[in-house]
Design a protein around this ligand. Structure first.
Ligand SMILES: *Cc1c(COP(=O)(O)O)cnc(C)c1O
Length: 378
């Protein structure tokens, strides 16, 4: 029996371990100089003026909505086809998530799908770059500008993804990022909010640190006593300097990560070209993805069902996953009203995510495709 092929494994090594050790030995392990350095490097990389590091993308999205002053009675249009945090954060601020359907080729919201469900109570649109596939932000930004509604971007999966040659994040009002090990760049857990708005960045820094007007790091650096004030009810959503140290090393490897993932995705695509009834995820014409998730959609008349296909892969030692979840199909959203979401349901119940990771070998990839080819021939 050959070793099991994981669906994803982070690309971490000695350099990250040493960076974490250096942070520990420095004596400053909470949010400090390494977090500040990681914020600058990350914001520069995605083309934003400010980066605010937080504990996860979920807390990043929560703070983005707090910054928009959203609350009960307000509606936020979100895709149901996303990790459930995208919908949950709207609930955290007491507002109502309104599920819009997605485009079949990208799994992302479109201006038309948002337009179909927006109402006079729509106060924001939260678009996802699902699995690293870019959403058409130019079309969405133009439509949102027409409607007078801010566009917030859930870029959890999309570090290094581009639209029209520009990185996702550039020109975004507020974009939220994840450093969970299931994404490309990881800090164990962690997140970031990027924006070009200095006033929002300042408020976000305050909100992540209990609403304090001066950070603990600033207080520590000052020779005179600094008496902090708490300007509003905030949160403890800070990242640690140990995490940021790892993140800085990871960021330096990002170009290599994207190049390798795109190479493996192209190889999957050519191998799958002669497997009948399987449609793989591809770049849309307006941008290039980082292939954070490599999903395939079997035709409805594929010889075996999706779950049977997952079972066949598992039996052959391949860890695949069901496709992107749909929040409205989960018990947490039972009874939550929504418009029909046929494309969301088709992708969520029909698709599967294949293994793709930096150190994946061609032999491993051939093993994955062999199972699909065998099942297609049944
Ligand atoms: C992973 C993910 C999140 C949550 O990220 P965390 O850092 O784990 O909180 C949110 N949205 C999307 C689209 C994701 O894929």
């Amino acid at each position: 029996m050959k070793a099991r092929i994981p669906v994803m494994t982070p690309w971490l090594g000695e350099e990250e371990a040493q960076a974490a050790a250096a942070a520990v030995l420095s004596g400053w392990v909470a949010q400090g100089p390494r977090v500040a350095e990681f914020e600058r490097a990350f914001a520069e990389r995605v083309g934003a003026d400010h980066g605010v590091a937080v504990s996860s993308c979920t807390t990043a999205l929560h703070l983005a909505l707090v910054t928009m002053d959203l609350g009960p009675g307000d509606e936020v249009v979100v895709p149901s086809l996303s990790f459930i945090a995208t919908a949950n954060v709207v609930r955290y601020v007491g507002a109502t998530p309104v599920f819009a359907d997605v485009a079949a080729d990208t799994g992302n919201l479109t201006a038309a799908s948002v337009d179909a469900v927006r109402t006079p109570r729509t106060r924001a649109v939260l678009a996802v770059h699902q699995g690293g596939v870019p959403a058409d932000v130019h079309a969405l930004r133009a439509a949102c500008a027409d409607w007078g509604v801010p566009l917030i971007e859930d870029a959890a999966c999309a570090i290094g993804t581009t639209v029209g040659g520009k990185p996702v994040g550039q020109g975004a009002l507020l974009a939220a990022w994840s450093f969970h090990p299931r994404k490309l760049v990881t800090t164990g857990e962690g997140g970031m909010i990027t924006t070009d708005d200095a006033a929002w960045a300042e408020r976000l820094r305050r909100l992540r640190e209990h609403g304090m007007n001066v950070s603990a790091a600033q207080r520590h650096a000052s020779s005179a006593p600094v008496l902090e004030r708490y300007l509003e009810v905030g949160f403890n959503y800070r990242m640690t300097d140990i995490q940021a140290a790892v993140g800085l090393v990871q960021l330096g490897k990002l170009d290599a990560m994207i190049a390798r993932r795109r190479e493996l995705a192209a190889r999957y695509e050519s191998l799958l070209a002669d497997v009948p009834g399987i449609t793989p995820v591809r770049d849309p014409e307006y941008g290039r993805g980082n292939f954070q998730s490599y999903w395939v959609l079997p035709d409805p008349d594929f010889p075996v069902g999706r779950d049977e296909l997952l079972a066949a892969l598992a039996a052959a030692g391949v860890s695949a996953r069901r496709g992107i979840m749909a929040a409205h199909l989960e018990p947490a959203y039972a009874g939550h009203p929504h418009a029909p979401l046929p494309v969301t349901e088709r992708i969520s119940t029909g698709s599967l995510i294949l293994p793709l990771f930096h150190t994946m070998t061609e032999e491993q990839q051939d093993r994955v495709v062999a199972v699909l080819r065998e099942q297609a021939g049944r």
